[in-house]
Design a protein around this ligand. Structure first.
Ligand code: SF4
Ligand code: SF4
Length: 377
């Protein structure tokens, strides 16, 4: 397993990190036998970075990982978990949750501790309660080694967080398609400029980049039929020199072994391979999608439709044609009261849209197409 050096922190970890948010599941719960096998295989073959969080698997990921990892010497791996800042309304809440996390994970300390899934609203609330100072206090007590945050908002909020406090590392979403859909390149550049180690989540965009339609997959396999489609996405991310750990939320042994083989040898893309990825990106960008930037100027809709979210799900479908994932995004992750079928064609949103999108018409098209392609799944 290739290793990564955090020069700033003076440590080495495996480049591939084991994300514990998509462990194998049976009857709605973590499939313990299968998950134990995966953790054991990962550990015994050189993965030293394990990433969990309070809410993963309905709060059962942390207790499970506590059980799985206690069988190994504590100093032989790096353990990352996250503060659910949205549950911390007072300093006492933080204290209670932090102690519960230590107990769930059966440890005296966390190597990496993150403020979880930060947005402007969450950061402002965390600042009011003083969560950053509380976390640094835990670090001074030896209960945390490195302090960071994971992020899901726009560049100005990112810069505000970086300006306001010092951070030992930061975790962002990054993959070869996000620079065109999100601010991902700008976030990465900001970390590199400030010499803050970067940990990457969603290198395969929640599975979209592992399940590409045949016309995109073919570009990769024509160049090298022996490499998996996923390996291209992982290698693209890891080729960035300030990316220290690439997290992958693996759900079965096959995925784990494929990802581990990607990082069991030098992985940086050569110039020809970079061009292959660029070709795939251009092909994906050429797909006819709704030109929604996610700015949310059209919100709120008086009838509750989450317009940017619907268009994001629809665009994902149009680009990646991954119907199972679309079904999950539209019918599980998006509540019924925010779906496109609630649009009453009042046109209020259209006056606010800088892209001049025919919002009601396209919402109707999105809802119809998504229902058609997911009906029999
Ligand atoms: S046209 Fe539809 S989406 Fe737009 S504001 Fe009216 S109900 Fe909401
Ligand atoms: S205002 Fe237009 S571009 Fe912005 S989120 Fe709404 S539909 Fe998308």
């Amino acid at each position: 397993m290739e290793q990564s050096t955090f020069e700033k922190l003076g440590i080495q970890t495996s480049v591939l990190g084991f994300g514990c948010m998509r462990l194998p599941v049976k009857d709605g719960e973590i499939d313990r036998d299968a998950a134990f096998d995966m953790v054991d295989y990962a550990y015994k073959n050189g993965i030293t970075y394990f990433d969990t969080a309070w809410p993963y698997h309905h709060q059962t990921s942390e207790p499970f990982m506590g059980e799985a990892l206690k069988r190994y010497p504590r100093e032989s791996f790096y353990l990352a978990t996250k503060c659910p800042v949205w549950l911390c309304k007072t300093p006492e809440d933080f204290e209670r949750i932090f102690n519960e996390q230590l107990s769930r994970l059966q440890t005296d300390y966390f190597d990496f501790y993150l403020m979880h899934s930060m947005t402007k609203e969450r950061f402002d609330n965390a600042e009011k309660i003083g969560i950053y100072d509380l976390i640094r206090k835990k670090q001074a007590e030896g209960k945390i080694r490195y302090v960071g945050f994971s992020f899901h908002d726009k560049l100005p909020v990112f810069q505000e967080m970086l300006d306001k406090h010092s951070w030992d590392f930061v975790q962002i979403q990054y993959n070869y398609i996000d620079p065109y859909l999100l601010d991902a390149d700008k976030l990465y550049d900001e970390l590199e400029k400030r010499n803050i180690p970067c940990i990457v989540m969603e290198p395969l965009r929640g599975g979209f980049l592992s399940n590409l339609p045949e016309k995109f997959t073919k570009i990769f396999t024509d160049y090298d039929p022996n490499r998996s489609v996923s390996s291209w996405g992982l290698r693209w991310v890891a080729s960035h020199k300030n990316v220290k750990v690439v997290l992958s939320g693996m759900s079965n042994m096959e995925q784990l072994k494929d990802n581990m083989s990607t990082f069991s040898q030098p992985f940086a893309l050569n110039p020809q391979e970079e061009q292959v990825v660029e070709k795939v990106v251009e092909a994906i960008k050429a797909v006819d999608t709704v030109p929604c930037t996610g700015c949310a100027y059209c919100m709120p809709c008086p009838f509750g439709v989450n317009i940017p979210k619907v268009f994001s799900i629809y665009n994902n479908y149009k680009m990646f044609q991954f119907a199972h994932k679309t079904k999950d995004e539209y019918f599980n992750q998006l509540e019924a009261e925010h779906r496109a079928d609630l649009c009453r064609n009042c046109k209020k949103c259209m006056q606010a849209c800088p892209q001049h999108i025919q919002i009601p018409d396209l919402l109707k098209a999105a809802d119809t197409e998504i229902r058609q392609v997911t009906t029999n799944l």
